[in-house]
Unconditional design. Structure first.
Lengths: 308, 355
């Protein structure tokens, strides 16, 4: 039973990370109707930029390496890079493609994926880099002693960051002027335009926010597995989360992430050995597919109504 | 002046229902096929045949398959490479396990296997639409590749699922050189492309297009959704499967399931987007473009920049140029190369008196 809980909690915590990436998808899909395949590349780009700045900043500024000042300056600069990326994307990709069918926009984001990956590696090089956020990856002793369950403190930290991020986003969407505008655009593009909400600014903002989420996700994933090209595959982990939770729902992304994370790990441990292992690659998709057969728009997605 | 249909009267039903109703088109297609079947094998060298022409033909076939599903029936799929894998492994097993199996029959049977699997993974399309379906087809992509690696029977118990295609022999003639393999590929591709061209203007094709444009409306006018969508999945997977079998037998020779990964699926998707969604001609143009682009970049980038840059920079630059070109193409011509071709034809019709 302890083993079961250990796997379950480990799965839930990794599910939080999937949810973080899925969140970036949802934000963009809600506001602009674009299925942004480049989110994984954005995670990679953000993490690589952050690590790159961490490396070169001490040389530029003379500050001590690994210090707090360097960390925050690198964070701010990476965020600025994501904002620049958002502006460039809006200007050069989205604006010329306004009114194109969704599949064209989807393809454009796949093109954007290659572009961003190439630029990221072109600037910072393709080496695998370690990233130390100063959070120890050791089992929490309290849980170890009392329940004999092994939980990494790093995973808990990641989950806490994700929770804070989601709460902050929820507040941002609910109580700020921009947040209200974003929700209006998500509800109805034309109505939002007609009451004077500038669509272009909204898109830039929402891509920048998605970039911010990508940066946080990239830092956590990167600290865990190293900053490397494999970060782009986080997008593939986030897709089943998305269809399970629904493309348009922030809570859906979180709940979906938890379900996928937990069931994937449990399936790998309990079902995997019988069929030869390695089922993590497809199990989430089949699971999500099962859910979809009963709710074709995901758990929390908007009900789709066809008008003829 | 040359390309004009004035004066070509259709006096019989046969004349009215030809695949290429305009005389110049018929001549053009025949010339094109003649050129690729007769002139090319004589003059092209081994490298061109092996590394460019054969893959372009095979990918064209796969792109036609995906185009039938996505371009004509409107069901976005990201799993075409997996259906190619089913075709390749199906054909391999038929050749392996049945003595004296004719090659052409084996690849068709491989295609049929792919069609069956395609129908299975097409079933969710009855409930799920749009991007949800696209992500759901990823399930096929990952599951099939996984199954081909893990179930060792499919690869005759070789390590990590690698198979080596058997020698091709038809009626005692061994297809072992690049020339003969090229001709064989060309034959299969041309026949299947003409069949596809014919199919998309038949009842089946028209009901696909009706479903693509709006499935509820199509249902209302009496098109059976289930049958239409599933035939689209079946035919599309059949084409992909045959392409996969050719990929294994006439192009690569030794394939592993991991070779049919998501990247390949995306490549095929790029082909139809750049070539033109909903166009058989576009599938060929797109395949040629996507196969030739990396080769061209390989050749020209070092030539232009010389030794100034490292090879890792060149590979990154390729990514950037590739991604940039895709975005550029989508912006400039969202309907693909086939649309440019069509515009060219319209212009040619009016030439030299456009007013």
């Amino acid at each position: 039973m302890q083993f079961f809980f250990e796997v379950l909690i480990g799965g839930l915590l990794s599910g939080v990370l999937y949810a973080l990436v899925a969140l970036g998808f949802v934000l963009i899909y809600k506001a602009s109707g674009v299925f942004n395949f480049a989110q994984g590349a954005m995670v990679f780009f953000a993490a690589l930029t952050f690590v790159g700045f961490l490396e070169i900043l001490p040389g530029w500024t003379g500050w001590e390496e690994g210090g707090r000042a360097v960390f925050w300056l690198a964070f701010v600069l990476s965020l600025a890079a994501m904002v620049v990326l958002a502006i460039a994307t809006e200007k050069f990709v989205l604006r010329p493609l306004v009114n194109q069918p969704p599949i064209t926009l989807f393809m454009a984001t796949i093109g954007l994926t290659f572009l961003v990956e190439g630029i990221a590696q072109g600037i910072w090089g393709a080496n695998v880099r370690g990233l130390n956020l100063g959070i120890a990856d050791v089992p929490i002793e309290y849980m170890m002693d009392n329940f004999n369950i092994l939980i990494s403190s790093f995973d808990v930290f990641a989950a806490a960051v994700a929770a804070v991020l989601v709460a902050a986003l929820a507040l941002f969407f609910q109580y700020t002027r921009i947040g209200r505008a974003l929700r209006a655009v998500a509800d109805d593009h034309q109505a939002a335009l007609s009451i004077g909400i500038p669509l272009r600014h909204i898109w830039v903002i929402v891509w920048a926010v998605a970039g911010f989420v990508a940066l946080v996700a990239g830092m956590i994933w990167g600290a865990r597995n190293g900053v490397q090209f494999a970060l782009t595959f986080t997008a593939l982990k986030a897709l089943p989360v998305l269809i399970l939770g629904g493309f348009t729902s922030v809570p859906g992304a979180i709940v979906g992430g938890l379900i996928i994370g937990a069931s994937e790990k449990l399936a790998e441990v309990y079902v995997g050995p019988f069929v030869g292992g390695g089922i993590e690659s497809w199990f989430p998709y089949i699971l999500a597919l099962g859910f979809l057969l009963f709710r074709p728009e995901g758990l929390f997605g908007e009900k789709h109504i066809d008008r003829v | 002046m040359l390309y004009r249909e004035a004066g070509q009267f259709k006096a019989s039903y046969e004349a009215d229902q030809q695949i290429f109703p305009i005389l110049q088109d018929r001549i053009g297609v025949l010339l094109l096929i003649g050129f690729f079947a007769l002139a090319v094998p004589l003059f092209a060298d081994q490298y061109w045949l092996k590394a460019i022409l054969i893959p372009v033909l095979i990918f064209s076939l796969a792109a036609i398959g995906l185009n039938i599903l996505t371009g004509y029936a409107g069901q976005l799929s990201l799993g075409s490479a997996a259906f190619m894998a089913v075709g390749a492994f199906g054909a391999y097993n038929f050749m392996l396990r049945i003595d004296g199996m004719p090659f052409l029959v084996a690849i068709l049977l491989g295609g049929l296997c792919a069609a069956l699997v395609g129908v299975m993974f097409g079933l969710p399309s009855l409930r799920i639409k749009g991007f949800y379906l696209a992500v759901a087809t990823l399930a096929a992509q990952f599951f099939i590749v996984w199954a081909l690696v893990k179930i060792e029977w499919f690869s005759n118990y070789s390590s990590s699922g690698v198979i080596t295609a058997q020698e091709i022999e038809i009626l005692g003639f061994a297809f072992d050189g690049p020339q003969s393999k090229y001709l064989l590929t060309l034959f299969v591709v041309v026949v299947m492309a003409l069949l596809a061209k014919n199919m998309v203007r038949s009842t089946t094709g028209r009901s696909w297009m009706a479903v693509r444009d709006m499935d509820v409306a199509a249902e209302v006018i009496g098109i059976r959704l289930m049958r239409t969508k599933l035939t689209a999945f079946a035919v599309s997977s059949f084409y992909c499967g045959v392409a996969g079998a050719l990929y294994a037998y006439t192009y690569i020779g030794t394939v592993e399931p991991e070779g049919f990964n998501l990247d390949l699926s995306f490549k095929i998707l790029f082909m139809i987007i750049i070539g033109g969604v909903g166009s058989i001609m576009g599938s060929f143009l797109g395949a040629a473009f996507i196969v030739l682009l990396p080769i061209a970049l390989d050749v020209f980038v070092p030539m232009l920049l010389g030794d100034l840059v490292s090879s890792s920079f060149v590979s990154n630059l390729q990514l950037i140029v590739f991604g940039g070109l895709i975005v550029f193409f989508l912006i400039v011509e969202p309907h693909g190369l086939a649309r440019l071709w069509q515009i060219g034809k319209e212009k040619l019709r009016l030439w030299p008196f456009p007013h």
